[in-house]
Design a protein around this ligand. Sequence first.
Ligand code: B12
Length: 324
Amino acid sequence: MALTVSAEQDQAIETLKAIRTLSQEMGIATVLGVSNISFGLPNRPLLSATFFAMALEAGLSAAIVNPKDSEMMGAFRSAMVLLGKDLRAERYIDSYAGIVGATPTIETASDSPATMRERLAQAIIDGDKDGVVTLVEEALADDLEILAISNEGLLAGLEEVGRRFGANQIFLPQVLLSADTMKTAFGRLKQEMKGSEMASLGRIMMATVEGDIHDIGKNIVCTLLENYGFEVIDLGKNVTSATIVKRAVEEDVDAVGLSALMTTTLQQMQVTVDALRDAGVKVFTMVGGAVVSQEYADEIGADLYAEDALEAVDKIKKLLNVTK
Ligand code: B12
């Protein structure tokens, strides 16, 4: 049992030291009566809960606390997230998001079995990273077209994820898992799309601008461009304008494609387009991403804007005068 800090203030630190030594150096399990730490002080639940979280960090194995005490349980759940023991904060989210247990499912026509498109969408919503490849393969075997798998299945799921995220029904770790699942699914689709070796229609460099780590849309554009015969140099996400300028010169590309998904990173597109122009790099620039519009593209002097990946391929073909 911890001695109260109201009598001897160094007792909290001493107890934490003891827990750390026992658990981390000697491998001995520890059990602690926590609440006495706050005896004699006002607002005891706050002090006890804070100490409990510190003791958990020090390696406490078991605690004697009142499980009906919401501050204590709150400290416990928070500590499990912060210490990486509650994977993707699932238990925390279950406790506090008001959607305890079941993952919400995509609405399907009542009673009818889910279509392949719905199942693909659901896999993204559920973040079923392990099952999604098998499902994509099933869809391919069913002769579902790649574009249908992507747009009507996977992307429909991601759209729903975005909607629920915006409505506070799901939270960032879940979005992250869905995004990861999307990446896995696209990795599998990409294998299908690698057509026969054809002559390159042009070299295109792609990047998500600095400060922005959204790359799902950019990756789709890359995949389609490759599929249609372009050589793609993908610089990834969060790429500085200086890197883009430098690499565009080194790689001698025909066009540079920039992606941005946030209002806060839009302006980085302008910075990059300006930097390319100021450095005298002779390339076409194309821009896209959910927050980008034709008006914005015109405003910053980009050569091309496309709403989606297919339109990007069509327009870049015209811009580079590719007739195939
Ligand atoms: C998935 C996702 C994430 C994932 C990203 C994972 C990844 N690897 O990309 C994670 C969880 C990491 C994430 C993080 C964040 N996100 Co987020 N995210 C989303 C979400 C749900 C989907 C985005 C997406 O992938 N869409 C699908 C793709 C296919 O669409 P797309 O990118 O638009 O691409 C298509 C076209 O635009 C076009 N295109 C795209 N790029 C290009 C480029 C060129 C050259 C061309 C021609 C065309 C083109 O073609 C693509 C294919 O058709 C959106 C919400 C939504 N519904 O949009 C929020 C959203 C974009 N995120 C948002 C925010 C705020 C964040 C965070 C700041 C959250 C936080 N508080 O930490 C962080 C950002 C961190 C950072 N610095 O970037 C906001 C942005 C708000 C705004 N307008 O500024 C959104 C809109 C959510 C919201 N409603 O609040 N996010």
